[in-house]
Ligand binder design. Structure first.
Ligand SMILES: [Zn+2]
Length: 390
């Protein structure tokens, strides 16, 4: 189709070909988005040593930052709302309009909004979202936005919850202490976000400025003393130590966690040789390999359900404290569940329901406990009922 001298084509033939190519382009783009969703669902990008779909799209598929960002966002929405792929292929919905819908597609009424957005421009879809989901916008009715520019830099539009006069005064002070730097707002925002992340990472990995010389001995098997966490952090170079099937090391510095190579539930110890630094994506991926995809996905669904509940300000009740004694295996399984992201109350209830008293095999005990958690909708939500003393 692409062969031949276009200058020889008749006008109507040229226009017909271009229409066909545009339709082909839309179908291809929709198919790429559907494929991206499936690659992410299977975790294939993680097995290859990429810390994220973004890294995979950039390094393996050669997408630009902007294209990678948009296609991944839309692919995630399309996994929840598969009809989106068809709308993209037919041209009823553009990728730009779909992007606007991504934050609200999973909300009640989100699917209906997708249908309303068909055939509308991006701006019209923005107006629809702002009108229907005012709580997802700034107080002035604007959506916060990250846009990736052609040169790879990003444009960030945010609404900051302070009075404009307060911000003016702050910027005035910034210019007073550093006349040049105080004028570079982008650099200041970047530095502020980096400082925010570093501070939290320092706390998480116990990067104390003056670490204890003689740390207290560890009292339980699953406790990782601060000194050991520092040692693992330094040994792994402060980045993810996951190595993909092709030998590629991830090296992400994003959302790092300490992982037990041999899980505690399978007899692994909290010693340097059995610990490694993993990004959250690879930690979850490694857990999936050990425990089976279904169980970890169940854990993820539980966390999502729980977060959703929290967002809706539903309070989970605190259960009455159990007075029964628990075996060592039970408390280890409880600890493992908590590290998988379950709440203490959920972990405690699961261990109790699983009936692990006479169980000796840690791996089987873990499987029973995960099964006892049941499907996500089984998470009990009780409105702040507290047991009264006496
Ligand atoms: Zn990683």
């Amino acid at each position: 189709m692409l062969e031949g001298d276009l200058t020889m084509l008749r006008d109507e033939e040229l226009l017909a070909r271009l229409r066909d190519l545009a339709a082909f382009d839309r179908r291809t783009s929709a198919a790429i988005i559907a494929h991206l969703g499936e690659v992410e669902r299977r975790g294939l990008h993680l097995s290859m040593g990429n810390s994220s779909m973004f890294a995979y799209c950039r390094e393996v598929l050669g997408f630009s930052r902007d294209v990678a960002y948009k296609r991944i966002k839309v692919a995630r929405m399309a996994r929840e709302c598969p009809e989106v792929v068809g709308h993209l292929a037919s041209g009823a919905l553009s990728v730009a309009s779909a992007m606007v819908l991504t934050p609200v597609a999973r909300e009640p009424g989100g699917r209906a909004l997708i249908n309303e957005a068909l055939g509308r421009s991006r701006r019209e879809v923005e107006e629809l979202v702002v009108a229907r989901f005012p709580d997802r916008c700034s107080p002035r009715g604007e959506l916060d936005r990250v846009r990736v520019l052609a040169d790879g830099r990003c444009r960030l539009e945010v609404t900051i919850g302070v009075d404009a006069s307060v911000m003016d005064e702050l910027l005035e002070r910034a210019r007073a202490v550093d006349p040049q730097g105080g004028n570079e707002l982008g650099a200041m925002v970047h530095a502020a976000i980096e400082a925010w992340v570093s501070e939290r990472e320092r706390r998480r990995f116990a990067q104390a400025r003056s670490p204890q010389k003689h740390p207290r001995p560890t009292s339980t098997r699953d406790h990782i003393p601060a000194q050991l966490r520092r040692e693992v952090f330094a040994r792994d170079g402060g980045c993810c130590a996951f190595v993909g099937e092709s030998g590629k090391r991830c090296e992400s510095r994003h959302q790092l966690e300490i992982d037990h190579v041999v899980p505690l539930a399978a007899g692994g110890l909290a010693v340097a040789d059995n610990l490694r630094l993993l990004c959250r994506a690879h930690n979850r991926h490694a857990a999936r390999e050990v425990l089976g995809r279904e169980q970890v996905d169940m854990g993820k669904r539980h966390r999502e359900t729980r977060n959703e509940m929290r967002n809706r300000r539903v309070k989970l009740s605190s259960a009455p404290t159990s007075t029964r004694s628990v075996s060592r295996l039970e408390s280890e399984i409880e600890g493992s569940l908590k590290r998988l992201g379950f709440m203490a109350i959920e972990a405690r209830e699961a261990v109790k329901r699983a009936g692990l008293r006479s169980e000796h095999d840690p791996a089987r005990a873990m499987t029973l406990a995960l099964r006892a958690l049941g499907p996500p909708k089984g998470v009990k939500v009780v409105a702040s009922v507290r047991s009264r003393p006496g």
